[in-house]
Design a protein around this ligand. Structure first.
Ligand code: SF4
Length: 82
């Protein structure tokens, strides 16, 4: 898989970009990765949230599938959904 550490989003093929993102999630070390059940719980809460737009959180600008994948991360909303 082609990785680019210094590319802007506008310079990366869209399909490649998403593939890289999912590979990044898949390769997170076990000690920092969110356990699958908790990961799915977080994503289901994001899916019910008004701040989710096109896979991104409008509160923080993160792709929620990436943000939720690290167990130390948290929902940036003042309501702390997760
Ligand atoms: S505010 Fe929290 S629950 Fe809502 S999309 Fe962002 S991370 Fe998900």
């Amino acid at each position: 898989m082609k990785m680019c550490k210094r590319c802007l989003l506008s310079e990366i093929d869209q399909d490649q970009y998403y593939a890289n993102m999912y590979e990044y999630i898949a390769l997170l070390p076990v000690d920092i990765k969110t356990e699958e059940k908790e990961y799915q719980r977080r994503l289901s809460l994001c899916k019910q949230c008004d701040e989710l737009q096109n896979g991104m959180c409008r509160k923080c600008g993160c792709f929620v599938e990436v943000r939720a994948a690290k167990k130390q991360n948290y929902c940036p909303s003042e309501k702390k959904f997760w």
